[in-house]
Design a protein around this ligand. Structure first.
Ligand code: CUA
Length: 174
């Protein structure tokens, strides 16, 4: 390989490495979603039907003891505003956006979930200790971006309410 070919080769390899590098903190959104216009949910009818209607948001207990949390990000808030989860159990987060691209970050943790309209971001979280975390939007989404915050309350496992099927936990019940 002569010098010029080698430079082109190295440049190409570095350029290709950039793609996974930009994905590192956004493991939740498959790269495919940027390439194709994959549409799992209609952002305009989230409140009308489907998984993200209002009374389906919040924490739900799964049969195996884990918890599923459903949220909607919209300019400029996260719904529900306060999420309640038990410590030490897997938390399956499912979140989508009603409008722009947002990013849900849990302060003091490495969790940072990119949220796109039309797509469900699904990721697994776990909080080993009880505590309160401020969650904030880390993707510039408009004039109210810097005020786009919410709360996550992690309670000891035995203090998490026992939920009936279909019931959701929230902070107000605490
Ligand atoms: Cu939502 Cu920034």
């Amino acid at each position: 390989m002569n010098g010029r070919k080698l430079r082109v080769f190295i440049f190409t390899v570095l350029a290709l490495c950039l793609i996974p590098a930009t994905r590192y903190y956004q493991i939740d959104v498959p790269l495919l979603h940027y390439v194709e216009a994959v549409r799992e949910v209609d952002p305009l009818s989230l409140h009308l039907s489907g998984e993200f209607v209002e009374n389906n948001l919040g924490s739900e207990q799964d049969a195996d003891g884990s918890v599923t949390v459903r949220m909607v990000a919209q300019q400029y808030l996260f719904v529900p505003h306060c999420i309640l989860v038990p410590a030490g159990v897997p938390v399956h987060l499912r979140i989508t956006s009603a409008d722009a691209v947002h990013s849900l970050a849990f302060n003091g943790t490495e969790y940072n979930v990119k949220v796109l309209p039309g797509t469900i971001s699904a990721t697994r979280l776990e909080f080993s200790q009880p505590g309160e975390y401020t969650t904030m939007c880390r993707e510039f989404c408009g004039a109210g971006h810097y005020a786009m915050r919410s709360q996550l309350k992690v309670v000891p496992r035995d203090q998490f309410p026992t939920l009936r099927p279909g019931e959701r936990a929230n902070c107000a019940a605490q």
